[in-house]
Design a protein around this ligand. Structure first.
Ligand code: ADE
Length: 230
């Protein structure tokens, strides 16, 4: 059986490019989430718009792994900058963490995922280097680093600082780490590729509305290029 690649984004703007380009498209709805399978950019892919937040992303990733048997999962979309990045820059996950996971009151490190005993989950190294070179080919400014996820849109300077100080993350979003945890539990390689849409701070939340679509397209461009080389 040939490889099937899973592509997951939370919102329409993050995945519509892939769905538009699918040939031999088949749609199935599972747990209220639509999955589109077919061929695009020379590869068999399954594209899913999960919905926003960690629970939706986790359900969608589990279905990609269990029902569609994907060989890897790519999470695409936008993110708020925490440190040193500007709108349109790309962050490729070398690892992911959950900034809203906190059992420190009972002695654990902040962010520890009980059961697997890790704060950070590593993305697949080959996918990371492929994403960085695809970004480079597309003339995009890309860095690899830690991506932090949580069930909150961050639009506050203090929260931003909390996440940066505790996790050294470069950007914040709402799904990548749950995609990563679910893929990890299924022994499926994963990567998160995010384009910066806003500054994650109080004065700049409005940027998200303005820049989300054009940033999402930048992250998509990287994946289209990667698909030819996976
Ligand atoms: N996705 C894009 N910008 C974000 C932010 N500031 N917080 C959480 N998720 C985001």
């Amino acid at each position: 059986m040939s490889k099937v690649i899973g592509i997951i984004g939370a919102m329409d703007i993050e995945v519509e490019k892939f769905i538009e380009n699918l040939s031999d498209i088949e749609k199935v709805t599972i747990s209220g989430i639509d999955f589109y399978s077919g061929t695009a950019f020379g590869k068999k892919i399954v594209v899913v718009k999960s919905g926003v937040g960690k629970v939706f992303a986790s359900i969608a990733t589990e279905i990609l792994c269990i029902k569609f048997g994907v060989s890897c999962v790519i999470n695409t979309g936008v993110a708020g900058a925490l440190y040193g990045l500007k709108i349109g820059d790309i962050v490729v996950s070398n690892s992911v963490c959950q900034h809203d996971m906190d059992t420190s009151a009972i002695g654990d490190p902040i962010g520890l995922i009980s059961g697997i005993n890790k704060v950070y989950l590593n993305a697949d190294e080959n996918l990371v280097s492929l994403a960085l070179s695809s970004a480079n080919k597309n003339g995009l400014n890309a860095v690899s680093g830690i991506i932090a996820s949580g069930d909150k849109f961050v639009a506050d300077k203090n929260e931003k600082e909390y996440i940066y100080k505790n996790f050294s993350a470069l950007c914040v979003e709402m799904e990548g780490a749950s995609v990563g945890q679910t893929a990890y539990l299924n022994s499926v390689p994963f990567i998160v590729i995010r384009a910066i849409s806003d500054d994650g701070d109080d004065s700049h939340a409005v940027e998200f509305v303005k820049f989300a679509k054009e940033s999402a397209i930048k992250a998509n461009a990287i994946i289209c290029d990667m698909l030819q080389n996976i």
